[in-house]
Each structure stands twice: as C-alpha cells, then as structure tokens.
Design a protein around this ligand. Structure first.
Ligand SMILES: NC(=O)c1ccc[n+]([C@@H]2O[C@H](COP(=O)([O-])OP(=O)(O)OC[C@H]3O[C@@H](n4cnc5c(N)ncnc54)[C@H](O)[C@@H]3O)[C@@H](O)[C@H]2O)c1
Length: 256
C-alpha cells in the first residue's frame, strides 16, 4: 500500500481526525497539503512535519466559501503541479432539535459539512480529469445512518454526503474514485466538545462509551488515517461509490 509522492489535500487537517491523517500521510511519504481555518495550528504543524523531513504545506481555507476553496486548489496545483487525492474531512457538529434551531445554525452546519465538499469536488475534479486519475475521500459519520437524539441537523448533513459520494462517483466514472469513511466515536476535540454539559467528567463518559463499543475502546485518529491512506492508494482501485464504516462494531449493537 503506497501513497508515497502522491499530492493529497486534507481539509480540517489541523485537528483530530484530519491532523491524524496529515501526520500519517506525511509519514508515508505523501506530499500533504494541510488545509483548514486554524492558521496558527496549521503553520506549527507544517513546520513540525517539514523539520522531520516530510513534505507538508499548510494552506488557510474556509471550506464553506467557494472562492476560498478555489484558491486552496489553485495554490495546491501551483505548489505541486497536480492533486492525486483530496480528503474532505473538515466538519462541525451541533446538538439540538429542529425546534431549537434557526437558519444561521442550519447554514453553518450545512455549509461546512456539505457545501464544502461540493465546492472541493467542483474545483479538484477538473484537475484530476486532466491527469486522468484522482481519488476523493469524504469523512461522513455513522450519524448518517443512526437517528441520534437531538442531532437532526448533523445527521442530515452527513447523510447528504453519503448521497454525494454515489453521485460524484457515477458522474465522473472511469477516472475518479469517491469513497466515504464513516467514523464512529473517535477521540478528538469535537468529541470532547460534544461531551460538554453532561453530568459526568469527559474521562468517565469516554470509559462508559468504550465499554459498550464491541472493540472496547474509542477510535483514535490513526484508525481513520490508516484506512484513509489505503483508500487513497492504488491498491484500493476497486473500492468506489461506497463508504467504509470505522466504528469498532458500534452499528452492530442492539438499540438497548
Ligand atoms: N470525532 C468523532 O467521533 C467523529 C465521528 C464521526 C465523524 N466525524 C467527522 O470527522 C471530521 C473531523 O472531525 P474531528 O472529530 O476531527 O473534529 P475537530 O473539531 O477536531 O476537527 C475539525 C476540523 O475541521 C476544521 N474546520 C471546521 N470548519 C472549517 C471551515 N469552515 N473551513 C476550514 N476548516 C474547517 C477545523 O479547523 C478542524 O481542523 C468531521 O467531518 C466530523 O464530522 C467525527
């Protein structure tokens, strides 16, 4: 399995799952473009990876805005001359029922989680078409398939991505592969934020959840990064228009 020398953009590449992917892809010899709206973290990660001898560049982007995504793609091509893979991973989370939400939160979640992938695909696909080859990996969630209480908006945003995966893969068949990764419960800043307001400290909540997951632990960003690297490699050339669930077995559990 090799992604050596491949040019791979990771959106949301400065935190949690995305940071794990940036680090892992770089360690495998990829030319990583770390893209996110966390400029300070991005500059630091770029410096750290480059000083360790890896090829990594940070590009600041707001994935919710088309012109910002277009500029990210332009700069990646300017740096490396090509784009072999994009991991659309940036995302935001929101808890609440539809009755509690207004249009602003709808726009935020849908723009960052869904529109971002639309724009990223729109601007990378022509580059990949010219090359005759490319891969788009999209971080969705088990939330696309489960009706998590008070998560209608987040769940709907992730379900939209599942559809986008199939449509992009069929519209650009022959030279583009599009694959989703559906993480379960992964130990990241987003997960920690989702535990705020509960009646227990985060460590206790994590231990409770880990006891229920069939593999008996939370997922780590590296669990996602290892699969993402495989999906971006040529060895995964027959995996297309589908999603890989990485949840330690959570979705197999009975509901009570
Ligand atoms: N942690 C989990 O348990 C879990 C489970 C399923 C799916 N996911 C998904 O995995 C992805 C990564 O989540 P994480 O847990 O690592 O969260 P995180 O909060 O640690 O990282 C999210 C990243 O997205 C970036 N981002 C957010 N808005 C952006 C914007 N407008 N422009 C550019 N970058 C932006 C952030 O800067 C950050 O780097 C998300 O799509 C999330 O929905 C996470």
């Amino acid at each position: 399995m090799s992604i050596k020398d491949k040019v791979i953009i990771v959106t949301g590449g400065t935190s949690g799952i995305g940071e794990g992917c940036s680090r892992h892809f770089a360690s495998l010899g990829a030319r990583v473009v770390i893209a996110s709206n966390q400029e300070e973290r991005g500059q630091k990660l770029e410096a750290e990876l480059r000083s360790a001898g890896h090829e990594a560049r940070f590009i600041a982007v707001d994935v919710a805005k088309e012109e910002s995504v277009q500029e990210m793609v332009r700069r990646a091509v300017e740096l490396h001359g090509r784009i072999d893979g994009v991991h659309c991973n940036a995302g935001v989370w929101a808890r609440g029922k539809v009755t509690e939400f207004d249009e602003a939160i709808w726009n935020k979640v849908m723009n960052v989680n869904v529109k971002s992938v639309f724009w990223t695909a729109k601007h990378t696909i022509p580059v990949m078409e010219r090359q005759g080859k490319g891969v788009i990996v999209i971080t969705t969630s088990v939330a696309a398939f489960i009706g998590f209480p008070a998560h209608a908006l987040y769940c709907a945003s992730k379900a939209a991505l599942e559809s986008l995966i199939r449509c992009l893969a069929t519209d650009h068949a022959g030279w583009l592969r599009v694959v989703g990764i559906c993480p379960g419960t992964i130990d990241t800043p987003m997960l920690a934020a989702s535990c705020e307001g509960w009646n227990k400290p985060v460590a206790e909540l994590y231990a409770d959840v880990a006891r229920r997951i069939p593999v008996r632990r939370l997922g780590q960003p590296l669990d996602i990064a290892q699969t993402a690297a495989f999906l971006l490699s040529d060895e995964a050339s027959y995996i297309n228009a589908t999603s890989i669930v990485l949840d330690g077995g959570t979705m197999a559990l009975p509901p009570w």
